[in-house]
Design a protein around this ligand. Structure first.
Ligand SMILES: Cc1cc2nc3c(=O)[nH]c(=O)nc-3n(C[C@H](O)[C@H](O)[C@H](O)COP(=O)(O)OP(=O)(O)OC[C@H]3O[C@@H](n4cnc5c(N)ncnc54)[C@H](O)[C@@H]3O)c2cc1C
Length: 416
């Protein structure tokens, strides 16, 4: 039985560990912090076949300059002199085209639907309990122009075989009779859903631990030993050495720097976002997750609280919380949901996370050509939770030397 080392205990690492364990491998997970507390913690938890447009798209480029000049915008790039950042921006800009969106939309649809079907299968498994709901997703629009853009996207989604429609205010009332929104209308994407990402990760961890999977927390892998074009072992911050037959790096935004040790160029920037939770109250009495289309704020209702998440700051590895931007998320939410007036002392569990963003908006999943026992799985940007099960399954196929269930060429590690 092969020994597999997974470096990084976020959603990508945990689903890889799960499916590898189910395939009969002996798995160990190495995590520099605690399992699941980095980018996979406070995110919006949305599963999103509706996100078939890559992050790099003409809309972002068009609004880019306006957003850059506005300190309250949902997208922000912190200027700094850093060659990796400069190269990343040049590449990102070159992918903000219709052609990139067209090239990638079928792949993004397919991998999202594949992952959603795996989430649904897992709900029927007795291995661990978790809370996935096929709730659909609302894109709430205040402005006529945005609603028109959403109409166009819904049409495209329908052409891709995804279920969705435009809702007017009456339709919205019918869907959510106990809440009221100050909007013109909404797009409703029916294939989407939500999980509670951290609870899910801990449920997988607890199950795997009972099954004998080893988790090493507070263990930063800082070096690798190579012999005969293979990784022989990894070394942690206390100089402990760990051996395995195969090594999988699912270290999120940090994978880019680690990959330089293997002479592998997988450009990535951290896309910082923030979130907080508010206990349910009368104004928050709804069950469908929503994105405020103009403000790019994601609002995810759970049984007893609602998660508010947003902002994309391209800012390297800086995880500090910027209170002004957190307040923007709160103010935007108060603006769209009638009767909502979130006060600072009601905002619990304030959090910042770094989305691992590739320049073309597509993840990196594949086997190294130089080191035969190395696999990388990262770069999921805004859809890492959505694609968690698909990532784990694809990694497992690569280890099994089987053809994955879908074509993974778009995620090629050597495309830059
Ligand atoms: C505000 C916000 C909202 C979001 N909303 C959604 C959403 O609704 N739906 C969705 O699908 N996605 C969403 N995302 C994106 C999603 O959170 C990420 O894509 C996903 O969490 C990435 O998971 P990961 O496992 O690749 O990385 P991480 O969760 O960051 O895991 C990587 C792990 O590797 C560890 N690590 C790093 N270096 C080392 C090392 N040298 N040694 C050992 N361990 C190491 C880190 O400590 C970390 O725990 C959102 C993100 C943000 C910030």
């Amino acid at each position: 039985m092969k020994n597999i080392a997974i470096i990084g205990g976020g959603i990508s690492g945990l689903f890889s560990a799960y499916f590898l364990h189910k395939s009969g491998y002996k798995v160990s997970v190495y995590e520099s912090s605690k399992i699941g507390v980095e980018c996979s913690y406070g995110n919006a938890g949305l599963t999103v076949p509706s996100h078939f447009e890559a992050l790099a798209n003409p809309g972002v480029l068009k609004k880019g300059l306006k957003w850059m000049l506005n300190p309250n915008s949902p997208f922000f790039l912190k200027p700094r002199f850093d060659m990796d950042l400069i190269k990343w921006i040049i590449r990102f800009n070159s992918f903000c085209t219709k052609k990139n969106v067209e090239n990638n939309k079928y792949f993004l649809r397919d991998i999202s639907l594949y992952s959603t079907s795996l989430y649904k299968d897992l709900m029927n498994s007795t291995d661990f309990d978790f809370d996935y709901k096929n709730t659909g997703l609302l894109m709430l629009c205040k402005e006529e122009k945005t609603l028109k853009e959403e109409e166009h996207l819904i049409k495209e989604a329908n052409e891709l075989g995804l279920k969705g429609r435009i809702l007017n205010q009456d339709d919205l009332k019918q869907l959510e009779p106990n809440a009221s929104f100050d909007v013109l209308g909404a797009a409703y994407y029916e294939d989407d859903g939500r999980v509670q990402p951290y609870d899910l990760i801990i449920a997988i961890k607890n199950y795997l631990e009972k099954e004998g999977v080893v988790f090493k927390e507070d263990c930063t892998i800082k070096d690798i030993n190579i012999s005969n074009v293979k990784i022989d072992s990894i070394v942690d911050n206390n100089n402990n050495v760990y051996y395995a037959d195969e090594f999988i790096f699912t270290a999120g935004v940090y994978t880019s720097n680690i990959a330089k040790k293997f002479n592998l160029n997988i450009p990535m920037q951290g896309g910082k976002g923030f979130s907080f939770k508010v206990d349910k109250n009368d104004a928050l009495n709804f069950t469908t997750p929503m994105i405020l289309a103009e403000e790019k704020v994601a609002i995810t209702p759970y049984d007893s609280y609602v998660n508010f998440a947003g902002t994309m700051m391209i800012c390297g590895e800086d995880k500090s919380i910027v209170q002004r931007r957190v307040n923007n998320i709160r103010n935007a939410s108060n603006n769209y949901i009638n009767g909502l007036d979130i006060k600072e002392n009601q905002m619990d569990d304030l959090w910042a996370g770094l989305r691992p963003c590739s320049p073309d908006g597509i993840p990196y999943i594949g086997r190294s050509k130089e080191l035969s026992n190395l696999i990388i799985a990262t770069g999921h940007a805004m859809i890492g939770i959505s694609l968690g099960p698909a990532t784990g399954k694809i990694v497992t196929s690569l280890i099994n030397e089987e053809k994955p269930d879908l074509d993974i060429e778009k995620m090629n590690l050597y495309r830059f």
